[in-house]
Design a protein around this ligand. Structure first.
Ligand code: ATP
Ligand code: MG
Length: 183
């Protein structure tokens, strides 16, 4: 699965609709301090189902919504869409009927998030599993947060194992097993 496009509207500093094409050869995003580089990566993690507001540098999930700036009122919704090239048909069976997957997450103040894959409403879990499974591929979307290297070094064995399992792509399997055991 290849990530090809990220559309952001109302998320953190990206108040106006922003369309980022992720083209082959893209190696970096540069810009002055505070211009939104980290927010861009956070938008990517958020649409993939990030559930920890802390790891998005927010004090609550609603804080990812544009909070207003000089002369611009705050928004009440934020939406991010990630376009995924699934020509290799590696997505989980339930979503593997299309060459392109449009994964979106929308949040409304005090109402929480809704997720869609190709227009169909899905659970947060479905989106999380979609990307957890993708980590099995050699070209996996791998994201290392700032400070994460230090965390790995300082982590207790249990936590370190979780990080290694994520990297090995078995996090999706574990979480499916957990779901099956609860049934
Ligand atoms: P650096 O080079 O310092 O790492 P950066 O390019 O990564 O900077 P970000 O951290 O992505 O910058 O962006 C910070 C900016 O985003 C700040 O100006 C902050 O006010 C703004 N911001 C964060 N959350 C919101 C929000 N909910 N609403 C409006 N603006 C926000
Ligand atoms: Mg930054």
């Amino acid at each position: 699965m290849k990530l090809t496009r990220l559309k952001i509207a109302g998320f953190k500093s990206f108040v106006d609709p922003t369309d980022v094409l992720i083209e082959p050869g893209l190696t970096g995003v540069v810009g002055p301090n505070g211009c939104g580089k980290s927010n861009l990566v956070e938008a990517l993690r958020w649409v993939m189902g990030e559930s920890s507001h802390k790891s998005l540098r927010a004090s609550g999930m609603d804080d990812v919504i544009f909070a207003g700036a000089a002369g611009r009122p705050a928004r009440n919704t934020a939406e991010v869409m990630l376009v995924v090239d699934n020509a290799g048909r590696t997505a989980p069976a339930a979503f593997n009927d299309a060459d392109v997957l449009e994964v979106s997450r929308r949040i409304e103040r005090e109402e929480g998030s809704t997720y869609k894959i190709n227009g169909r409403e899905v659970r947060a879990r479905d989106v999380q599993l979609l990307f957890a499974d993708a980590a099995t591929g050699a070209r996996s979307p791998a994201m290392v947060r700032q400070g994460q290297i230090g965390e790995i070094i300082a982590a207790k064995p249990q936590a370190r194992r979780r990080i290694l399992e994520d990297a090995a792509g078995i996090a999706g399997l574990n979480s499916r097993r957990h779901e099956a055991e609860l049934r």
